[in-house]
Every structure is written in C-alpha cells, then in structure tokens.
Design a protein around this ligand. Sequence first.
Ligand SMILES: [Zn+2]
Ligand SMILES: [Zn+2]
Length: 446
Amino acid sequence: MPTCRQASRLDLKSTLRQLTWLLGRPLTLREPLPALRPICSLTSSSNPWTSIGLRPQNPLYSRLTSVGVNVVRRYHIQPTTAVTDESLTVQPSKRPLIPYIPPSPALPDQKHQTLTLYTITPIPEHQLEDLREEIFLRLVPFDITGRIYLAKDGINLHLCTPVEHLTELKSSLEQLVLDRFGRGPDGAIWNLSCDQPGERVFRKLKVAIKKQLVADGRLGAWDIQDSEPPQYLEPEEFHARLDEVGDKALLVDMRNHFENEVGTFKTAVKMDCTTFRQNMDLLDQLLEGRDKSEEVMMVCTGGIRCSISGRYVKQKGFKDVKMLKGGITSYGRYIKSHPDVSSHFVGKNFTFDGRRGERITDHVISSCHQCQTPHDHITNCANTRCHLLFIQCPSCRQKWSNTCGPECHQAVETGSGPGLLKPYDYHAQVRPGSLAVDQPKISKAA
Ligand SMILES: [Zn+2]
Ligand SMILES: [Zn+2]
C-alpha cells in the first residue's frame, strides 16, 4: 500500500528510516547496495500503511520478504547513486507514517472543479513536513485529488475537487497556508479552469516537498524571495497592451514545446524545450545583449513560471517586465466571457491533468504526429512501457489502438515484441510533426 511519503522513496536514507520503523529495530546492511533502479513497493501485515522502495535483485528484498513483508506494487524510478554499507546503519524513525487514503470512486454524475493556486512566500523548512501532513489529512476526506508542491519558497497546487467541496477546500488552504505564512508580494493567485466542472482529472492526492517551487536549474544561484516581482497585468490589461504593441513586443511563451505546439499567443516567441530548466537557459540566450530598457512580456499556463522567470529577468536588470496574471487559464476565461473580443491566443491551453488541455479558441494549430492532418488532442501511448506523449487524430487512434507506432501497437495487441522492451520514460514527448526527439531551440510563432 503506498503512503503519502512516496516522494521520499528516491532518497535511500529516508527509505531505510521508514524500513527500520516498519521492522521496529535498527538496521545495518553488511552488503553494499547497488543503485536503486525500478523498484517494488513493500508492505508488512503489522503495518499495512508503510511502504518502501527496493528492486527485486536487491539482497535486502529477500531478507524483507522472509520477515513477512509483501510486494504490492511495481514502480519505475530513475537510478540514484550507489551507496556503500558504512552509511547504512539507520535508527528507527521516531515519526510515525501517516496513512495514505485513496479517494472514494467518483459518482457517475458528480461534477469536479479543477483549480490552481500558488503563492511565493517563505515557509520555514522545518515546518514543511508538518504542513504536508496537515494538508493531506485535511483534504483527503473531501475526495480532493491532484498535486500540491511545498517548498521553502511557497506553495503551488493543481487540484480537482467535487464542486460541493470547493468552499471547504479554499477555506482549508487559507487557514493552513495563506493565513499562517502570508501571501507574499504577488498575493495568492487562485485560478479556476476555463472548462466547466466535469470529470475528475487526477487519480489521487499527492503532497510533495520540493527543493524549489519550480525547478529552474539555478538552485542557490539566485534568491527568489529577495527579488522584485514583475508587473502583473489582468487579462484585459494584457490584451489591451498587446493591441497597442502588436508584433513589436518581446512576448515570451515560458512553456514547453508540447504546450506551445497546441496553442500560443500569435506573436509569442516559443521556447522549444522540454523542461523549465531548459526554458530558463533559452531565456538567457534570448535576452543576451538586449537593451535593458526594452519591454518584456511573459505568459505561461497559470502564472507561476512567469512569477519566477519574471523575477529572474528583473534581477538581470530589465526594468519593464510584464506578466499575465493567472496565465493563459485566466486569459481564456476572459476571452470566453467576452465573445466580441478577438483573442491574441489561438488554440488550446495545455494542462497537466487528465484533460491534457482546455480549448480557448477553435483554431487547430498543430498536426497529428502520425499522419500530419490538423489535430490538437494530446495523448499518451497506450503501451505502458512507452507512455510517450504525442498528438494523435481519431483515425490514427483507431488504426494504432492509441499507440505511437508499429512496435507499441504490436505490444498492446499481442503482448509481445520489441515494444515491451522500450526504456520507460514518464516525461518522453515528441516534437512537432515527428516521432523523433531533437535538441532544444528557440523559434518565433508563425
Ligand atoms: Zn493521424
Ligand atoms: Zn509507444
């Protein structure tokens, strides 16, 4: 049975601390452990809520199964560094683990609201674990699902709640986080999805502690709390500014290639990257040698990436940095409530949930990656060994049984072939018009 401390499975030491708690005694390993590779989750009958991660080849694995610990589930994670035995005497944890409680199955006609919230405010590091448990225990009984990331720089969440629990969710987060730690200079940015309430778009609630609110690849190199926020423009102000400046503005889309492929601002510079870290590197290149008095406008999905990168740009010395408050999600709501306004954004706003996007305008700016006909529905390859993120039209979906090509098709249809041997990569995506991954670069929107 998984626990809400799954994130710490990547850390061998904390994994072993959980293990000692499970066994109720200190643990010393005589044999060196190889790197943690694809792992299994283990649980004991005496404490069904505890889980740890180990691969079956690991010598510890057989020792555990011999003391009544059972394998319940298989995961895939990236390797960590190898560890030798002198570092592996671990005392039992004094802190009991809290149980993971899965959400109740969604009722057929139940409506769920998807929403995001972030605030950039200091949270003392030693309070993060307590906060994590409090949030988890408070929200789980209301069948709230999604992701909450906590860091010493603030909170960032993307949740889905039954509509009847929306008020409870908001007041819980106000009390637990915003009233206690403040709202930072940007305030707390609440954002409801553009779409009407519908199906549940996450399977479970995950509350994780991160080193950075959004990993920018510059940990320790700059201080987000010590930097000046960009200027926040409401959607209608942002729209009016784009009307004024036309294509002369430096408008930067701070999202990844698979996001800007299905929808973007018409005049935006698109970043051909797969992570925010690469995005920041490309931003460095883009701004290199530019006049520091030049106006820089920035957009992203819900605003958090611009709140961070906007501060970064200001720290570089740029005076006039504007960002879209609430991001494309909030701009989309503005466009939908003003049918007479001609949108500067075209296509779909990609979302990191089961919807894989919310439509803002009827334009289809991308093509099926298999047959090149215009299409903008993003899907994951149905071969769970592959899981590739790509665009697939309905006829290719039928032809290839929702897989990315012949190998994966064979794997799901017959349960055999090379498609079963593919290296699993949760984040694998393809670039426009192809099923091959190439190098990151900057391009101007067509
Ligand atoms: Zn197609
Ligand atoms: Zn595939």
